[in-house]
Design a protein around this ligand. Structure first.
Ligand code: AQP
Length: 344
């Protein structure tokens, strides 16, 4: 057996998660992912975080200069949000070939029917699925490889990625069963906090997304204080005052979204927030939310801008992270090939 690779269920508690460099980071990425990553880094886990640039080319052609810039900006976003490259492995996916190599194996494990059921595939391919890339269809197999090439056991994500982590579990289970091994862990999605699904500021039924054509639908981590305040002032709401209990938000998607954002940014429960703001009109609540968002996000965007002036340092961090990542991934891939019968 390849040295250093566990095949028993006693896997190291290891976190893996990634973000696509597909545009400016949003408040949704921050609350659903980055803020959580910084928290788990301080807990009892090994932590591996990845800028998934190979996923970023699945939906549309990316301008090469924009992709390179977004990769560095996202790295700066990770660091400014509290990911410490001395404590966590931080790198971009394309520097570690093992992701794509294991993804090929998983393309042969996953079934067409599994992929066709993925809601992200249906949303992103839309009505014109014949014209979507094969990469977009196979996206979840690459994501499974991202996670399993490190034998990661825990995957912190926003609500929208839960289905992909479940598919990762299916792939691991089928591989283990097909080859009669207990080799890949059955990774757990970790979906916690008040803002696991931050919604668009313009439409409470749609996820806040980097690629939404309307910039007013999202708060970007690079927005300045005036822009944040203006987007929150113009956010869609209803005419009623805020309720004092969470039950009162049930049929009020936009109001619920703003309260969830407030709760997540202030590290409080929704119930605690409503105890303070219940009865207030949005004309009073929105400025409170703007002040809080600016206070929390400005230091991060200032630090991101500072880091972006030192691109060589960012590139060095990514290269070093990739070396550390390869040291974990290479023996796991090698053992995978042995299990399959691929001569080494
Ligand atoms: N609105 C959101 N609320 C909570 N979490 C979110 N995440 C994304 N949007 C929200 C979480 O951020 C992590 C990285 O996501 P991604 O960039 O890899 O892909 P995505 O989920 O498709 O994010 P976007 O912003 O919608 O990107 P585009 O527009 O490029 O598709 C994941 O953990 C995700 O759950």
């Amino acid at each position: 057996m390849t040295e250093g690779v566990q095949t028993s269920p006693a896997f190291t508690k290891r976190v893996f998660s990634g973000i696509q460099p597909t545009g400016h980071l949003t408040l949704g990425n921050y609350l659903g992912a980055l803020k959580r990553f910084a928290e788990v880094q301080e807990q009892d886990y090994e932590t591996i975080f990845c800028i998934v640039d190979q996923h970023a080319i699945t939906a549309t052609l990316q301008d090469p200069a924009a992709l390179a810039r977004a990769t560095r900006e996202l790295t700066a976003g990770f660091i400014a949000s509290g990911i410490d490259p001395e404590k966590s492995v931080l790198f971009n996916q394309s520097q570690v070939a093992e992701h794509a190599q294991l993804a090929w194996i998983f393309n042969c494990v996953a079934r067409m029917g599994w992929m066709q059921r993925m809601t992200q595939w249906k949303d992103k391919a839309g009505k014109n699925s014949q014209n979507a890339s094969l990469g977009l269809f196979a996206y979840p197999a690459l994501m499974a490889a991202d996670i399993l090439v490190y034998h990661a056991t825990h995957v912190p994500v926003g609500e929208d990625q839960k289905q992909h982590v479940e598919l990762t579990r299916d792939i691991a289970t089928k591989f283990n069963h097909d080859y009669g091994v207990d080799f890949f862990p059955i990774a757990e999605p970790v979906i916690e906090g008040a803002a696991t699904r931050v919604m668009s500021l313009r439409d409470g039924s749609k996820k806040m997304s980097k690629s939404d054509p309307s910039d007013m639908s999202r708060i970007n981590m690079t927005d300045d204080a005036d822009t944040i305040a203006s987007k929150i002032r113009k956010a869609r709401t209803d005419p009623d005052a805020l309720p004092s209990e969470a039950k009162g938000l049930e049929d009020r998607a936009e109001a619920r979204n703003l309260v969830n954002i407030y709760a997540a940014l202030s590290d409080q429960s929704v119930e605690d927030v409503l105890r303070d703001v219940g009865g207030k009109q949005f004309s009073e609540f929105k400025p409170m939310l703007s002040d809080l968002a600016v206070a929390k996000l400005s230091p991060i965007s200032t630090e991101m801008a500072r880091l972006m002036e030192h691109q060589d340092e960012i590139d060095t961090i990514l290269r070093k992270g990739a070396e550390q990542a390869r040291a974990i991934a290479a023996p796991i891939l090698s053992r995978t090939y042995e299990i399959i019968g691929m001569v080494r």
